[in-house]
Ligand binder design. Structure first.
Ligand code: SF4
Length: 322
């Protein structure tokens, strides 16, 4: 297959002690071609982080299929599971808690190579220091401990630790959200450069921030209550959003854009609990254009808008921005 990451009808449900079930992910399908950078966006509670963690088998799936290249992620064991641990890497939001405080950063980056490859000695040392230097950490940093580094430097170490294994797939889970605003732009620059330096690296970028996704990604998938409600090429989704939820998210983006009419779509109320997903279209309780007798009873179809742009809404074909 020509997919690097293929997720099919993924469900991740967590039973609670009181008998309720959290439908964190409820039928997600998403395909990333080799070298593609795809953003997964949504509010907290949308299930976006659970999708990323399940793809790397850090969270067990309830149902569905996930493939990374030819590897069957949900059924991998033994040698395949070790291959998965090397080929697919994840960067978490908080670099501090991802690093062992008693390990120098040189050691932190070397560890994965020692565990997963046969590289040793000078070759290993050079690969480690080259990777750290490429991430903007010169040699005088390499024998320092995490507490001697800033938040941005620690996140660079985490990125180096992932890249040193030459992964095929990188999942980035809000990699700049825990950093100072002044440092976020630097790390975004590092990630932007990655696309040019490693064009074959496939990236799934999870964020609540649409502007960041627009800056870094080629395609975007918008999640709401465990489902992808809109998906397509970034520029197309930003200029011609078809789902009312995407329109609401975009109208919350502060930078006004030339040529785009001010969008008055506003979200009202809180996101419902994933233990009580509304019937019909799950967004109908907050949707400004919901139609009674349809949206609250009938799940919407997936409507194609051309060029791989799709939206899950009864009226997606009628949405116009101009
Ligand atoms: Fe709104 Fe109805 Fe579309 Fe759902 S299907 S997003 S409730 S208009």
């Amino acid at each position: 297959s020509d997919a690097m990451l293929a997720i099919r009808d993924l469900k991740v449900h967590f039973p609670l002690a009181n008998g309720q079930v959290v439908r964190a992910v409820d039928g997600v399908s998403l395909t990333l071609r080799p070298g593609e950078t795809v953003g997964l966006v949504g509010e907290s509670g949308s299930g976006k982080t659970t999708v990323g963690k399940t793809a790397l088998r850090l969270v067990p799936a309830t149902d569905g299929e996930i493939r990374i290249g030819d590897l069957d992620v949900l059924n991998a064991s033994g040698r395949d599971l070790r291959r998965l641990r090397r080929k697919a890497q994840i960067i978490f939001q908080d670099p501090h808690s991802s690093l062992n405080p008693r390990m120098t950063i040189r050691r932190a980056v070397a560890e994965g190579l020692i565990l997963n490859t046969s590289l040793r000695g000078r070759v290993l040392r050079e690969k480690v220091s080259d990777t750290l230097i490429a991430m903007g950490l010169p040699p005088q940093f390499h024998d320092r401990f995490p507490h001697e580094l800033s938040g941005g430097q620690k996140q660079r170490v985490c990125i180096a630790r992932a890249l040193v294994l030459d992964p095929d797939l990188l999942v980035l889970d809000e990699p700049t959200s825990a950093l100072d605003v002044s440092v976020q732009a630097q790390i975004l620059g590092v990630l932007k450069d990655l696309r040019a330096e490693r064009p074959s690296l496939t990236q799934l970028f999870i964020s609540h921030n649409l502007a960041v996704i627009r800056f870094l990604c080629q395609r975007v998938a918008v999640m709401y209550l465990g489902k992808i409600v809109e998906e397509g090429p970034v520029e197309q989704v930003f200029s011609d959003p078809r789902h009312p939820y995407t329109r609401a998210l975009l109208s919350a983006v502060p930078v006004p854009e030339a040529g785009r009419r001010p969008d008055r779509t506003r979200l009202t109320g809180d996101i419902p609990s994933p233990t009580a997903v509304p019937k019909g279209c799950a967004f109908h309780t907050r949707c400004p254009v919901a139609r009674k007798g349809l949206c609250d009873t009938t799940p919407p179809p997936q409507v194609a808008a051309g060029g791989g742009h799709v939206a899950l809404c009864h009226f997606a074909g009628e949405m116009q921005t101009t």
